[in-house]
Design a protein around this ligand. Structure first.
Ligand code: FAD
Ligand code: DHB
Length: 403
């Protein structure tokens, strides 16, 4: 088999790349380890930066997003029993959209299938060959047959546990990592959201996050131990802890409902440099992981493949490798800014007890500052809604406010 770009992984990065390449007349084949049903049901991210929303709409996969996505013009930060609003629209004239990652996945798969795109689900035993030569290949097994896919380029979009990064010879990459001493326990509940906006809570007992998926479904998270045993968290204990951490003096608390799904997610920062080896390009979680507190993982994955698609389009149009050679540098400049923002949000909002109360007081001061200074709030807002994409002008930005 032959294609122009072989893509490993049908997550947001792999599917969006395949979609963007198709729009440029470039052929690709996507290989995914799981079933279509599995990837379409996997509950993960929920916040789309304005950049991501605009890209989905501009490239013709935003119809359902425009109908069902919930546009949020701000978020709330809650601490010391009170909630404080960060008004994105007022501060920087931009907004975010709450729309489940699995809905983005469904829309992208539908678009690829309708366009005749090739996606092999349940592809097994994938191995990469000839990455440093001109004709790399992917060996895999699908529908009970061994196959070999010859490509011009390979995109490793197979997430944090994939084989792409692991196929690069040791010594060719550098990794930078930070492990945090906590994780998130997340639930999806059948309960109408008690607030219209996302609420990030700092509490002495730990961080808590209120979000949603639809007018009927609430999404909630609690800071927990990295090795937390979910079996020790019956539904009543989860609700009790959520009420203790999130309840504010005005009587607000999340509304309860049957818990549909529960899980523990690690909190980690990781960056791989460079994001390329020969003809293999890493994109999304296969190249970097951000702690979820900034709601950035999916958005960063989409930002990477936007740069990659542009580089590949230039290569096929003119033979120029310039943009492809700059791929890693271009992406890493954004990746590190997003990494910094996600680290900062994480450090401000999680309980990380050193025993002497210093961090607790420092965090309260930080929250007080960010909710009382327009400049600090604008900085949070511009990062949260998404920094401008390379070569694009945002509709409004903080420079206008500062002026
Ligand atoms: P993935 O989505 O991980 O996709 C990789 C794909 O590759 C998967 O389908 C996998 O099955 C497949 N694969 C893996 N190994 C192989 C192999 N060997 N062969 C073939 N296929 C393989 N991000 C946000 O932007 N906003 C949020 O609000 C947010 N909240 C989150 C909440 C939770 C609980 C979690 C877990 C994550 C959250 N994230 C969030 C992060 C976001 O989900 C990820 O960053 C995003 O999925 C990355 O996309 P990706 O395409 O790079 O990787
Ligand atoms: C959600 C997840 C996040 O990581 C975040 O920071 C905000 C919202 C969510 O799942 O809705």
């Amino acid at each position: 088999m032959r294609t122009q770009v072989g893509i490993i992984g049908a997550g947001p990065a792999g599917l969006m790349l395949s979609h963007l390449l198709h729009r440029q007349g470039i052929e690709s084949v996507v290989l995914e380890a799981h079933t279509r049903q599995y990837v379409e049901q996997r509950v993960r991210a929920g916040v789309l930066e304005q950049n991501t929303t605009e890209l989905l709409i501009e490239t013709g996969v935003g119809a359902r997003l425009q109908k069902e996505g919930l546009v949020h013009r701000g978020i709330e930060l809650s601490f010391a029993g009170e909630r404080h609003r960060i008004d994105f629209q007022d501060l920087i004239g931009r907004s975010i959209t709450v729309y489940g990652q699995q809905e983005v996945i469904k829309d992208l798969i539908a678009a690829r299938v309708t366009a005749g795109g090739q996606i092999y689900f349940e592809a097994r035993g994938i191995s990469l060959e000839g990455l440093d030569g001109p004709t790399p290949a992917i060996r895999f097994e699908a529908d009970g047959e061994r196959r070999e896919l010859h490509c011009d380029f390979i995109a490793g979009c197979d997430g944090s546990h994939g084989i792409s990064r692991a196929s690069i010879p040791e010594g060719a990459l550098q990794t930078f990592e930070r492990i945090y001493p906590f994780a998130w326990l997340g639930i999806l509940a059948e309960a109408p959201p008690a607030s219209e906006e996302i609420i990030y809570t700092y509490h002495e007992r730990g961080f808590a996050l209120f979000s949603m998926r639809s007018p009927q479904i609430t999404r909630l998270y609690l800071q927990c131990a990295p090795d937390e045993d979910i079996a020790l968290w019956p539904d009543e204990r989860i609700w009790q802890e959520l009420h203790t951490r999130m309840g504010t003096r005005d009587g607000w608390r999340p509304s309860e409902g049957p818990i549909l799904q529960k899980g523990v997610t690690g909190v980690r920062s990781l960056v791989t440099e460079p994001m390329q080896y020969g003809r293999l390009f890493l994109a999304g979680d296969s190249a970097h992981i951000v702690p979820p507190t900034g709601a950035k993982g999916m958005n960063l994955a989409i930002a990477d493949v936007r740069v990659l698609a542009k580089g590949l389009a230039a290569f096929y149009a003119s033979g120029s490798r310039k943009l492809l050679d700059e791929y890693s540098t271009t992406c890493l400049s954004r990746v590190w800014k997003v990494q910094r923002f996600s680290w900062w949000m994480t450090s401000m909002l999680h309980r990380c007890d050193t025993g002497d109360g210093f961090d607790h007081r420092r965090q309260l001061a930080e929250l007080d500052y960010v909710t009382s200074s327009r400049a600090a709030a604008a900085s949070l807002a511009e990062n949260y809604v998404g920094l401008p994409m390379e070569g694009t002008t945002p509709r409004a930005n903080t420079c206008e406010i500062v002026r």
